[in-house]
Design a protein around this ligand. Sequence first.
Ligand code: SAH
Length: 393
Amino acid sequence: MAYKRILLKRGKEDSLRRFHPWVFSGAIARLDDGIEEGDVVDVCTNDGKFIAVGHYQIGSIAVRVLDFAQRAIDKAFFAERLQKAFQLRKSLGLIRPDNNAFRLVHGEGDFLSGLVVDVYGSTAVVQAHSPGMHFSRDMIASALVDVTGGMLSNVYYKSETTLPYKAELDPQNDYIVGGYDTNIAVENGLRFRVDWLRGQKTGFFVDQRDNRSLLERYAQGRSVLNMFCYTGGFSFYAMRGSARLVHSVDSSAKAIQLTNENVELNFPGDGRHQAFEDDAFKFLNGIDGKYDLIVLDPPAFAKHKSALKNALVGYRKLNAKAFEKILPGGILFTFSCSQAVSKEQFRLAVFSAAAQSGRKVRILHQLTQPADHPVNIYHPEGEYLKGLVLYVE
Ligand code: SAH
């Protein structure tokens, strides 16, 4: 199967030879006539030798590579990739009666650049980040149902905020397969309501699953502050871990409502939990002597490289507040989900914050994203979640 071709400038194929899945617009010498945004294209060297097949888009990333062998990008292609993704999640032990929330497709990490799929029980929430994936959405939805062996009855397409807006694709968030179903999902035996219709991202942050489990082990007898709680994930793990009290804080009223509902689902009438709608910095200013376990899981401070400097200042200030306020013998779980911030940069920001507080701080764990968010070794950019668990004397 041959598609219309994109010829690279001389010598610009090196990163593709190392299996990096992106072609930047600056590397392109010439496009065949009639190539449109979202088309499948063959990427070739300057003298016309095939190197990769992928989706073309207008922007800094011009081609998202789907394979380094010449082949058709059709339903069989998606079925094969999705089958492998499903098989991996099965072998990771993530599909069980007491766990039905997981990431099924993590973009480049599953060799499907531009596609994210999260599963909540019988519903898959699909996000396209490229026009090519947007145009393939029906094929993807039907392949998803086929390869998951009866697990899925609904596929919800949610790409209104993830597609490049200049592409003017006018995506409507809607069900491609099925319709609204129960929205209670289970993670490690804890139940929660997922609002994929109105919630952030696909409705829940499955990427903190392992880190929540770790927190459960440290929670016993502690006073826990879950800052930036969103749906309250860390809070209900802390409660199951026998925390003395758990306070959840988020600036969004909707998040506080979801957190309260989720705590009620798992621990009805449990007086240990309270949720507060407030700004993080404002709340942290007033917490002297209250908490000996604090979680800081803020939204991405740097959405792009250009915001990096301000983001690092933000991480430093936020963590400095926590170091200033946490009780002696306290444990701090601190995270950054900004892809533009490296592990080293984040650690340096936290280190500066610790030094500023003058307290004795030790690293107990260095955390990252879970195995259902695999990092393609040829695409290190796929590693985005960074966390530190710190012991503060
Ligand atoms: N820890 C959550 C995910 C956090 S997402 C989990 O495990 O699922 C980040 C959250 O930070 C969002 O819910 C957002 O509403 C909240 N937020 C953003 N800015 C904030 C601020 N200034 N103060 C408090 N919360 C904020």
